[in-house]
Design a protein. Structure first.
Length: 591
């Protein structure tokens, strides 16, 4: 066995696993690993953003695009604490990255050295990450590293993906031992469980007995890369498909069977399908409150009496929020492939659902008649619908968008048509501001030949504007579209709606006259060395977007959007005990 330093062992493991990048920031706790990376800089590249949160979001978005993990590297104390939020964001959406955190030397455990967390146990920083990782590993000797590396890498990718943490005391980077480098099991593939033949036959029996079946799919289907299987079985049986934002594009849009997102800010046809279906086959989705209208019957779902088949690779999600008629623990790709084979063997077709499809087409026409006239309206400030339209027109089919949480995200959830999977990146479960701003850097590194645009709010952008420096330093040609409406507008809308018009802490104002205030984002971009363009009229946006995409350099568009135009709610959302709102379009139907 060769004698190796721990830092060399970690670096060689990452290279062996095909990792092209480490996203990390220096600190006294991790300089030993930085030195090992310097020796291997021709084989693995360190990208050092200006904040650890950005490193985490970059790694998260990289995985969502490439379905390949990359590590982050942070130092002991504040550096690693800064990555907690990004790790929570990735965990909530079942996205994976490898969080390497540094800790104090083992000889100083429990002595309270610089930046040690020790109140309850020595070197206890991993407890800060515990709610958001599949597991933390803390080897305390170099000879423990090979097994910890292999086990943690496997755990990160097997089953439901998620972040893991490798917490490394400083001395392990420098100390040596006789060790053998181990490989993960990813080259041989991880187990992908399928449904039992009896369950597949039961599901097919239920479909053939139904009058109004529907699919509901989310990130689990995207992560399993099960788009071809979903499209095959949906088209074979003529069953409509409802998607979450993290499932957008898994059925290429527009598609006659795609009815969009469901919930408060979902599309009207999707909510109608959810209200009226008598059989729902849910794959890789967890029925969170926003996609379920806070579980209030009749607004998005009626389960029961709708029969629910709930398929997920994580058994803990099956039946969490709705009672199941049949629960199946299975990989989405395997299950949908099995269902397609069963449908083909029975020579099943969707002709018997023609009445159901005609009803859905009617709902689509109603929704289109209501919304379409606004999409080409011209003026200043820009209407939100026009922003969505111009981004879709300018972005090539293989383009990628990333979004923060905010009112802009509500508009894109409702009206974006994703032509491919893994091209709309959302902070969904944790709704982290900074994800869209920072994640686009990781997306571009994962797909360097695809145009990448971050559509982010003015509030979210000012949380992590330093991404512009990283884009210039490492020549990452992304585009940032700042949705400038002078407010935390999504929260202001809730505040005004729930509390009689009273507003505090949600608008951006300055001076005695309390005039709307924001920095000059275009000028800010230019100060970073990024091209900055102010867009104040809708007729300017298309040309500005096409210019930014073709530029081949980082570019920011400061787009002034009308904050008085609200996305039309078609479901509802409730924060008990405050009452829920009625839809702006459509009505609840309790079956």
């Amino acid at each position: 066995m060769p004698r190796m330093k721990g830092g060399d062992l970690i670096s060689d493991f990452l290279i062996q696993e095909g990792v092209p990048y480490v996203f990390g920031i220096c600190g006294h706790g991790n300089v030993g690993l930085l030195d090992a990376l310097w020796e291997r800089r021709d084989r693995i590249k360190l990208i050092s953003p200006r904040h650890e949160q950005t490193a985490g979001h970059m790694a998260d978005a990289y995985f969502r695009v490439a379905h390949e993990p990359v590590p982050t590297l942070t130092s002991t104390g504040p550096g690693s604490c800064n990555i907690v939020m990004a790790t929570a964001c990735a965990s909530a959406d079942s996205s994976a990255y490898y969080a390497i955190t540094a800790n104090v030397p083992t000889s100083q455990f429990n002595r309270g050295p610089f930046q040690e967390s020790y109140r309850n146990q020595a070197a206890e920083f991993p407890v800060a990450l515990r709610p958001y990782v599949k597991r933390s590993f803390q080897p305390t000797r170099v000879d423990m590293l090979p097994l910890a590396l292999r086990q943690s890498w496997n755990l990160m990718l097997a089953g439901r993906p998620g972040p893991v943490n490798l917490d490394v005391p400083f001395n392990l980077f420098q100390e040596e031992d006789d060790v053998t480098l181990l490989a993960s099991d990813r080259r041989n593939g991880f187990p992908r469980p399928g449904a039992s033949p009896d369950d597949i036959r039961t599901v097919m029996d239920m479909i053939q007995a139904a009058e109004r079946p529907a699919f509901f799919v989310s990130h689990g289907v995207t992560l399993a890369e099960a788009g071809p299987e979903l499209q095959r079985v949906a088209e074979m049986l003529d069953i409509p498909v409802i998607t979450s934002p993290n499932g957008f594009g898994i059925l290429p849009m527009p598609h006659r069977l795609a009815v969009g997102f469901i919930g408060r800010n979902g599309a009207y046809p999707a909510n109608q399908v959810g209200r009226h279906c008598d059989l729902l086959i849910t794959v890789g989705a967890r029925f969170d409150d926003r996609s379920s209208s806070s579980w209030i019957p009749g607004y998005s779902w009626n389960i029961p009496p709708t029969k629910l088949v709930h398929v997920d690779i994580d058994p803990a999600e099956i039946g969490r929020n709705y009672p199941v008629t049949l629960g199946i623990m299975a990989d989405a790709k395997v299950f949908l492939g099995q269902l397609g084979q069963e449908a083909a063997s029975r020579k099943a077709d969707g002709a018997r659902f023609s009445v159901w499809q005609a009803q859905i087409e009617g709902w689509k026409r109603e929704w289109d008649d209501f919304t379409r006239p606004n999409f080409n309206l011209s003026g200043a400030p820009l209407r939100p619908e026009r922003v969505v339209t111009e981004v879709r027109r300018a972005l090539p089919r293989n383009g990628i968008i990333s979004l923060d949480s905010g009112v802009h995200h509500n508009w894109f959830m409702q009206f974006w048509e994703a032509p491919e999977p893994q091209c709309m990146l959302n902070s969904w479960g944790f709704s982290a501001m900074g994800f869209g701003v920072s994640g686009i850097l990781g997306a571009k590194l994962a797909a360097p030949h695809r145009p990448c645009i971050a559509v982010i709010g003015d509030g979210g952008f000012t949380m992590t504007p330093h991404v512009l420096a990283t884009a210039v330093e490492y020549d990452i040609p992304c585009v940032w579209l700042v949705w400038n409406n002078y407010a935390w507008a999504a929260i202001r809308d809730i505040q005004i709606g729930m509390f009689g018009g009273r507003e505090i802490g949600t608008g951006f104002y300055a001076g005695k006259e309390r005039a709307p205030y924001n920095p000059d984002f275009a000028a800010m971009a230019r100060s970073y060395g990024v091209e900055g363009i102010a867009v104040k009229h809708s007729d300017q946006l298309g040309d500005a977007l096409r210019h930014a995409i073709a530029l081949g350099k980082p570019c920011l568009l400061d787009v002034h959007v009308d904050d008085k135009v609200k996305p039309p709610g078609t479901g509802t959302w409730q924060l008990p005990p405050t009452p829920h709102k009625e839809p702006a379009f459509g009505k609840p139907v309790v079956r």
